[in-house]
Design a protein around this ligand. Sequence first.
Ligand SMILES: *Cc1c(COP(=O)(O)O)cnc(C)c1O
Length: 336
Amino acid sequence: MHLARFPRIKLAHGPTPFEPMPNLSKFLGGPNLYIKRDDCTGLASGGNKTRKLEFLMADAVAKGADTVITQGATQSNHARQTIAAAAKLGLDCQILLERRVSDLGDEYEQSGNVLLDEILGGTIAGRLPAGTDMAKAMEELAESLRAKGKKPYIIPGGGSNAIGALGYVVCAQELLTQSFDAGVRIDHVVHATGSTGTQAGLVVGLHASNSGIPVLGISVRAAKQQQEENVYKLVRATAEHIGLKSDIPREAVVADSDYVGGGYGVPTEGMIEAIQLTARMEGILLDPVYSGKGMAGLIALIRAGRFSKDENIVFIHTGGSVGLFGYRNTFQKTGG
Ligand SMILES: *Cc1c(COP(=O)(O)O)cnc(C)c1O
């Protein structure tokens, strides 16, 4: 694998903790649940984008950029972590936010990640309607900055390209080392999947090390077929980027889109239950858009008997709990 070949700027606290969740496991009557705490990557409250940004920001710096541009939904954890990384490295950061979710009120629009974006010194260069071609909007913004003599570097939404996905190839290696040290055989890895970089990196990393560990992505937006195709495309690009010799089969990419509910960022009963259970049994805060729905999917599959009781399941906590502040009404209405 030899990942040291790729430029990287250390931004994450690591290795992130790998811990059992004994109370939640017992409550559900097995299997044995473990959690990989990628909410603890440390950069301005952390999350999975920090690992990707270690490689993306190194590429931006190597290319002489003075500004980074990226995009996400209003409560984007990726935008917040990108602004923080840029601040640390002395780069300007311009963000385009897509109003992908409506009707969640002022706190969704202004609190949580949006508040932190402003404190961290990011420029919200635009708040665009749902369905905007965000990649094109970033190109146009880059063009206008170039016309002013700036050197912009575009980071795709979620930091999901073959460079960013390297962060999750690294995470796969880290997890295998931790599971060996703890003497825990891993039977499944489960996490929330959105822009695909996390799943693609994990699939490549776990495959390249010949671990045989399957990864299940719980989709937070796209339908199963579409999500699997998107992830597989990035799996291939990432495998090529690291020069992997063996082909990764299409069947290595599995997504489940049964827990999206009304759409991206739209609360579901399962998400609310998953967040409350994980908080009250393990003292761990998940997030309403990604890890809450990911855990809701895992809990539902456990209840449906998808895993045997003696299996060891690792849930990757991808972060995002500051987004809870944008969803106060969702939780206080339901008796939290
Ligand atoms: C972005 C994000 C995800 C999804 O990761 P992708 O690499 O975009 O698929 C999951 N959880 C949280 C908290 C995120 O911010």
